[in-house]
Design a protein around this ligand. Structure first.
Ligand SMILES: Cc1ncc(COP(=O)(O)O)c(C=O)c1O
Length: 465
């Protein structure tokens, strides 16, 4: 393993425009002309767009039809200056956000419970999760005097829960999932301690896309009077419609009395421009622990619902516009198309003898290979323009199916390229996936510290001009 070499390769991959377009280490003496700037950005965007537009990328852009993007851009343009921190100046954004929260809550079972489901808009799935975890920490401190709060989450729960634990001084207890890649109910229960403030399940988790047994887990949490958070960042805007279409979707939302909070991303299958998500709570009391208020500061009384201060109101306007333009019928139709393409892709993968699907997912399809190096297959796919998400423990990749993959011929092209990639790796056993060293290193406890340092320096690279 040659870290310097990997870093060099990553540098080249991350900075393809070096030497090709002007770069600025400090401010230009005189401002550039607006038209030159727009031309430059348009050129870069045009270089990047074909890959995701044509459906070669896993997840990332969930809608992406040109007219939908234009519509989102129009709405953003109208409110690009808006900042909901100034509620008096932009009451329109306050209206949009309240309605985004309410529409999302109703989609997720709010009208099938007597409890009030409330929430806020955040900047993305990670922020929604951070906020929920901070909320449970503060709630448990105030109401149960727990000072060393613990989160119990399946190993598949998003890494944002680790980030939350690290940021907020909480302990995350990761519980291995069962062979079906779902949370192991008994093991989750066994991991609870008097310090547990919240249990987590995902609908579905990012890696393998298989919804956790939320009904059983949330019931355990309810009986213990602790919180239960369903992370529906990925599935919140898809699973309700999949259920209506007759797909087997286990209950995961506020219809379950033990579910006390949820995260659900408008900027994924809600089809809004990037930068918004919703965090929901059962009851106002919990939500109060999320808020930040200060009454004494010389800058005035300050109140802020989320982690950031100023926020991009234009993105909330765009998210609201996405929701009301799609409507129930739009989401239902999008889900129908996505699930149909996912079905085709799943069947096609199952028919390739060298590949093995992980579990039985609906729209995030993870697979591996027993005889071959799955990362090498993924590399060959990358050379054909495809972008799969690499997974580890066990080694695998996944494709999150979006509207991009429902375009004519995309699923079929994916499968024929995949078959071809398998043949290539089979006939070239010397091929090793380029990601293998990184994954190999993470699997090795002794080297984990080195990987940590390496990843930090990788982020340094990102911020180099
Ligand atoms: C299940 C799940 N939770 C949380 C997140 C984090 O979302 P974001 O990247 O918007 O912060 C993701 C992202 O893919 C996810 O799939």
């Amino acid at each position: 393993m040659d870290i310097a070499k990997i870093q060099q390769e990553l540098q080249a991959a991350l900075k393809p425009y070096r030497d090709e377009v002007p770069s600025f280490q400090s401010l230009p003496k005189e401002g550039l002309s607006r038209s030159d700037i727009v031309d430059m950005i348009a050129e870069l965007s045009q270089r990047e767009a074909p890959r995701w537009q044509s459906g070669k990328v896993s997840g990332a852009v969930y809608h992406g039809d040109p007219s939908h993007i234009e519509f989102q851009n129009t709405v953003y343009n109208l409110q690009s200056q808006a900042n909901p921190l100034h509620m008096d100046i932009w009451p329109s954004i306050t209206k949009f956000e309240a309605e985004i929260v309410s529409m999302t809550a109703h989609m997720l079972g709010a009208d099938q419970t007597d409890d009030e489901i409330v929430g806020t808009v955040s900047s993305g799935g990670t922020e929604s999760i951070l906020l929920a975890m901070k909320t449970y920490r503060d709630w448990a401190r105030a109401t149960k005097n727990i000072t060393e709060p613990e989160i119990v989450a399946p190993s598949t729960a998003h890494v944002a829960f680790e980030k939350a634990a690290q940021y907020f001084g909480m302990k995350l207890i990761r519980v291995p999932v069962g062979e079906d890649f779902r949370a192991d109910v008994q093991a989750m229960e066994a991991a609870l301690t008097p310090n547990t403030v919240v249990m987590v399940g995902s609908a579905p988790p990012f890696p393998h896309g298989i919804v956790d047994p939320i009904e059983e887990l949330s019931e355990i949490a309810r009986q213990r009077s602790i919180g239960f958070h369903t992370d529906a960042c990925l599935g919140g805007f898809l699973l309700p419609w999949a259920e209506k279409l007759g797909y087997p979707v286990p209950k995961f939302d506020f219809r379950l009395p033990g579910v006390t909070s949820m995260s659900c991303d408008t900027h994924k299958y809600g089809y809004a421009a990037k930068g918004t998500s919703v965090v929901l709570y059962r009851g106002r009391e919990l939500r109060h622990y999320q808020y930040y208020v200060s009454t004494d500061w010389c800058g005035g009384i300050y109140l802020s619902p989320t982690l950031t201060g100023s926020r991009p109101g234009g993105l909330s306007a765009a998210a609201w516009a996405a929701l009301v333009s799609m409507g129930e019928s739009g989401y239902l139709e999008a889900a129908r198309r996505i699930l149909k393409s996912a079905e085709t892709i799943k069947k096609g993968i199952a028919a390739i003898p060298e590949l093995r699907l992980l579990g039985d997912p609906l729209f995030v399809i993870a697979f591996t290979s027993d005889p071959l190096d799955i990362y090498a297959i993924s590399d060959v796919m990358s050379k054909a323009g495809w972008n799969l998400n690499g997974l580890q423990n066990p080694p695998a990749v996944h494709l999150a199916v979006t509207i991009r993959h429902t375009q004519e011929g995309v699923a079929e092209r994916f499968l024929s390229d995949l078959q071809q990639a398998v043949e290539t790796v089979k006939s070239h056993p010397e091929l090793q996936g380029s990601m293998t060293p990184v994954y190999g290193m993470t699997a090795n406890v002794v080297l984990r510290g080195a990987v940590d340092q390496f990843l930090r320096s990788l982020l340094d690279t990102v911020f180099e001009p």
